[in-house]
Design a protein around this ligand. Structure first.
Ligand code: ZN
Ligand code: ZN
Length: 283
């Protein structure tokens, strides 16, 4: 068993407001634990969007925070929570961030440019904890911690250098593909994405648009509900979480979409739901 909690499920930008409060308005962040990690001391953080600030509320502020973060790419909605993550602004705290280089610029250089004046008042180096930034240069990373997590990364078609992740922990598989350009046929899945998602116990996948919306934004870097379903079906995933909700998608709309896919579109055995902030899953 492993457990995962969603802290931010929104795409593109945060959407505070009563029409979004049920599913939540924070941007991409989920946290995964091995079931062997009873005290929750070894979090694996999937993206560093504004949802990270909600995760911070449950974390120690005495310098004992140690965690791993997997960053899919550098878009604001996936990194904006990082400079506000107070547990790392403590002596002896430690966060290791893995993510992609971009156009020959290292991940560390990109983050140090983005988080610092004039874009932000302090730099990552000003935070008192130890932030280690590691460019992902290999397809497999083994972590020496409870559950023996192994992280597989593959490039995913989006608008810039973007990874998807397959995390194996406690003999469970979580596939995380939050930003993924759907093909025009909304059906063809690349071999690399199939490798990430094959037989996943949980697939968290970009589902920003309806087919109608996609027809007006076919190259904006995102998926439709139908394409997310296609990825899940072709990879034989057991559970599909629609993720990276469009910022304009209201709770009412999202609830109706979730219900319609649950009732009519899912092949036998595939469980489908729309990710919501605060939801915890036992995997
Ligand atoms: Zn995004
Ligand atoms: Zn993006």
């Amino acid at each position: 068993m492993a457990r995962l909690k969603f802290f931010g499920v929104r795409g593109s930008h945060p959407t505070p407001g009563k029409d979004n409060s049920k599913f939540g308005g924070n941007t991409s962040c989920a946290v995964l634990y091995s079931d062997a990690d009873v005290a929750g001391e070894f979090p694996i953080i999937l993206d560093l969007g504004t949802g990270l600030t909600c995760f911070a509320d449950s974390q120690p502020l005495d310098g004992s925070f140690h965690g791993i973060a997997l960053l899919t790419h550098l878009h604001f909605d996936h990194i904006q929570g990082l400079p506000f993550f107070t547990p790392i602004d403590r002596q002896n705290a430690r966060l290791v961030i893995y993510g992609p280089n971009e156009d020959g610029v290292s991940l560390a250089d990109s983050l140090n440019t983005l988080i610092g004046p004039p874009f932000f008042p302090v730099t990552l180096a000003d935070l008192r904890g130890d932030i280690v930034v590691e460019s992902i240069l290999v397809e497999e990373i083994k972590l020496d911690q409870p559950g023996s997590p192994t992280i597989y990364s593959r490039a995913v078609d989006h608008t810039n250098a973007t990874f998807g992740f397959r995390i194996q922990v406690d003999d469970r598989v979580i596939a995380y593909v939050p930003d993924h350009q759907a093909p025009l046929d909304n059906a063809t899945v690349s071999d690399s994405v199939l490798e990430l998602c094959r037989d996943a116990d949980l697939l968290i996948h970009d589902a920003q648009y309806t087919r109608k919306e996609f027809s007006g934004k076919p190259h904006w870097g995102h998926s439709t509900y139908d394409f997310a379903l296609s990825v899940a079906t072709k990879s034989n995933a057991k559970t599909l979480a629609f993720f990276h909700h469009d910022p304009r998608r209201s709770d009412i709309e999202l609830g109706e979409i979730e219900e319609s896919y649950r009732n009519s579109s899912s092949p036998a055995g595939l469980r489908i739901f729309a990710a919501r902030e605060g939801k915890t899953l036992e995997i």
